[in-house]
Design a protein around this ligand. Structure first.
Ligand code: FE
Length: 211
């Protein structure tokens, strides 16, 4: 069965205005394809611009806000875990394909990877870190997730099951980390400030607030 990655490594991003000097093959291909799709009325230049703006604005802070909302709003959390794509319309996201939020619990720890290239939920996490795209991470995290997580400084109890989910061009994941102790009564923005990128990928957990 073929892996559904019929795209270049910079899918979801790097659509740039016309490139002139020194444009590589992929840039020329992108430009030709974009101009053709606009000419045929499949997409509009304005739509491309809006998508670039959304991608430029996306950062792990977006994912952190989503997690803080899930921690404080049980109805939103249920909707997010049931159908993340629909629930995120509350955050102003348009259709984003199949998108799944994976909840970490004391029993199950989720980690995301793209074993083939670098598929990543850019609309909610921004651009992936370099290590996410590295061959070492992509190949090792599926074979020996605990060893890789230990290298990130994360020691999970033996009783916790580690689940690695492989992102593709069609399915993207984000991790909803566990809410740390000592955060009862904290506001949603304060909670969001605790949540960082690696916890949304699953290579870290969210630490309790420092006293
Ligand atoms: Fe990929």
């Amino acid at each position: 069965m073929s892996h559904p990655h019929d795209h270049d490594h910079d899918h979801d991003g790097d659509h740039a205005p016309p490139k002139d000097e020194g444009a590589g093959d992929y840039a020329l291909l992108e430009q030709a394809m974009r101009e053709l799709l606009i000419e045929k009325g499949v997409i509009t230049a304005d739509g491309v611009r809006r998508m670039i703006e959304r991608l430029d604005e996306a950062s792990p802070a977006t994912g952190a806000r989503i997690v803080a909302r899930a921690w404080t709003d049980p109805a939103f959390k249920k909707a997010l875990l049931d159908d993340a794509g629909s629930a995120l319309s509350a955050f102003g996201f348009g259709p984003m394909g199949k998108f799944i939020a994976l909840e970490n619990t004391p029993d199950t720890h989720n980690v995301i990877v793209c074993t083939l290239c670098s598929c990543y939920p850019r609309f909610v996490l921004g651009f992936p870190p370099d290590w996410y795209k590295s061959t070492a991470y992509r190949s090792r995290v599926v074979r020996e997730p605990r060893a890789v997580l230990q290298e990130f400084g994360l020691d999970l109890p033996d009783s916790t099951r580690v689940v690695v989910s492989d992102s593709t061009a069609e399915i993207r994941y984000m991790v909803v980390p566990m809410r740390p102790r000592g955060t009862e009564g904290m506001s949603e923005p304060d909670l969001a400030a605790l949540v960082h990128r690696d916890a949304l990928i699953g290579t870290a957990v969210v630490a309790p607030p420092s006293p």
